[in-house]
Design a binder for this molecule. Structure first.
Ligand SMILES: NC(=O)c1ccc[n+]([C@@H]2O[C@H](COP(=O)([O-])OP(=O)(O)OC[C@H]3O[C@@H](n4cnc5c(N)ncnc54)[C@H](OP(=O)(O)O)[C@@H]3O)[C@@H](O)[C@H]2O)c1
Length: 431
């Protein structure tokens, strides 16, 4: 780049995030120019509907022709804010291949194709920056890449879906059922009309794939990650959790274990004193454990136009500094693919809620099934006897046991004539 020339930025997308980025690049233009020593100028904006007026964006910059932007040799940084896998993936690939720096907020693209795209960026000697793809405003990608580089990362534990955290917080505080808490979240705009992607844990799984690949320097794909959503939780699970001294959170967990990497997303019991147990509402949080630094916690807004804009604009400034100063991003290259350890090998404690016939000897039968699978009971509470139906609810906390043993023991327990229903079973985490 010539010593006095501006850094040219093109935006792909001008929606919630793209619109915010265009506005902030305009409002802070002078401050950013002082910071960089030269102007940062938006020279093109790709949208679907070019006729719509867009605040803070000059109409002459707006186009529906991707080639006009991607084939413009003067553009230095492409900022992809379209969302979804295609055409975003093709555009990013094209931009990197043309030797342009790329900033993206796209978790679908980075979770599925991040390894390949990062390798492509190295091949073309440019950076691909994706801070906003996970936990929005919270700096987590850059710290993992740079500030924690001296560590071997041992584990990640995160709350990275604001929608589900809002729902679980409402269920815990108000004793609301899942359906009511979901409706409340939808009324407030925190949940989409089709909430499946969030409440089934899919969104968190994609974000964990991005974080785990970076932290462990090995590709972890969304399909490698065990997933369970929050739809099976009942208000009473929260009451019982509290009695035992736990909160319930949808956790995204990844850990180095002797045989490889274990990665999973599911609701879990978490001691109420744990830092993640206090992360409420739409907040996100990521806890990273390294061999040198111990446990470090990040917390903040995980969504919203300005929160995402904050991370995207920081990446743009970072890319601009690299372009001007010839500085290269510290790439942590991925090593050989790691073995993904199956969920069946997990060892943890379990909470089990059952509806049983209210008659003598029931507990002994259940304890025998669990004992035959090497599962020992830590405590049992009898709850909510239903006199009319002659049933009772049992809540069991186990000692540490293998997931595979618990699954097979629950099948045997379910087959007992005295057991009416297995209401729920949840894993206990102590991150
Ligand atoms: N919203 C958040 O809080 C947030 C937070 C973190 C990360 N992100 C990520 O940021 C990205 C953008 O999200 P968003 O909420 O800003 O989305 P959005 O509001 O739906 O905006 C998408 C933009 O892309 C344009 N677009 C979409 N498909 C296109 C195509 N095929 N060709 C040309 N233009 C196209 C749209 O054009 P029109 O305006 O003409 O429709 C719109 O301007 C996503 O990857 C998202 O996951 C969002």
């Amino acid at each position: 780049l010539a010593s006095n020339s501006e850094v040219q930025v093109a935006l792909l997308g001008a929606g919630v995030v793209g619109g915010g980025v265009a506005r902030i690049l305009g409002e802070k233009r002078d401050a950013f120019a002082r910071l960089l020593g030269r102007p940062l100028t938006v020279t093109g904006v790709l949208v679907r509907d070019a006729d719509r007026a867009r605040a803070g964006i000059e109409p002459r910059l707006v186009t529906t022709d991707a080639a006009r932007i991607l084939e413009d040799g003067d553009v230095d940084i492409i900022v992809e804010l379209l969302g979804r896998e295609q055409p975003a993936l093709d555009y990013i690939t094209q931009a990197l291949t043309a030797g342009k720096y790329v900033v993206t907020a796209n978790k679908d693209v980075m979770a599925r194709h991040g390894s390949r795209l990062l390798a492509l960026s190295r091949q073309h000697d440019v950076d691909l920056l994706y801070e906003a793809s996970v936990a929005s405003a919270i700096p987590i990608i850059a710290p993992l890449k740079r500030d924690m580089l001296s560590n071997r990362i041992l584990s990640l534990a995160a709350i990275i879906n604001g929608t589900t955290n809002y729902i679980l917080t409402a269920m815990s505080r108000e004793g609301a059922d899942f359906a009511d808490a979901l409706r409340q979240a939808q009324d407030l705009g925190y949940a989409e009309s089709n909430p499946a992607n969030d409440v089934e844990g899919e969104d968190a799984r994609f974000k964990l794939a991005i974080l785990a690949s970076l932290a462990f320097r090995a590709p972890v794909r969304p399909d490698d990650i065990y997933r369970e959503g929050i739809t099976q939780l009942a208000a009473k699970d929260f009451r019982y959790a509290e009695e035992f001294g736990y909160a319930i959170k949808l956790l995204a967990l990844a850990r180095q274990v002797p045989d490889g990497i274990q990665a999973r997303v599911h609701p879990a019991f978490l001691p109420i004193g744990a830092p993640l147990a206090k992360v409420d509402g739409v907040l996100n949080a990521v806890q990273v454990e390294g061999d040198l630094m111990g446990r470090v916690n990040f917390q903040g807004p995980g969504a919203g136009s300005l929160a995402a804009t904050s991370a995207v604009v920081a990446d743009i400034l970072d890319a601009a500094q690299s372009i001007i100063g010839g500085r290269r991003d510290v790439h942590s290259e991925e090593e050989a693919p790691s073995k993904i350890v199956p969920m069946s090998e997990l060892v943890t404690r379990y909470y089990i809620r059952l509806t049983v016939k209210d008659q003598p000897g029931v507990l002994a039968q259940i304890a025998r099934c669990l004992g035959e699978a090497q599962i020992s009971i830590a405590s049992v509470l009898q709850k909510e006897t239903n006199v009319t139906a002659r049933t009772a609810e049992l809540v069991i906390m186990t000692h540490e046991a293998r997931e595979a043993s618990v699954q097979s023991a629950l099948t045997a327990v379910h087959a007992l004539p005295v057991v009416e229903e297995i209401g729920n079973f949840l894993r206990v985490e102590e991150p």
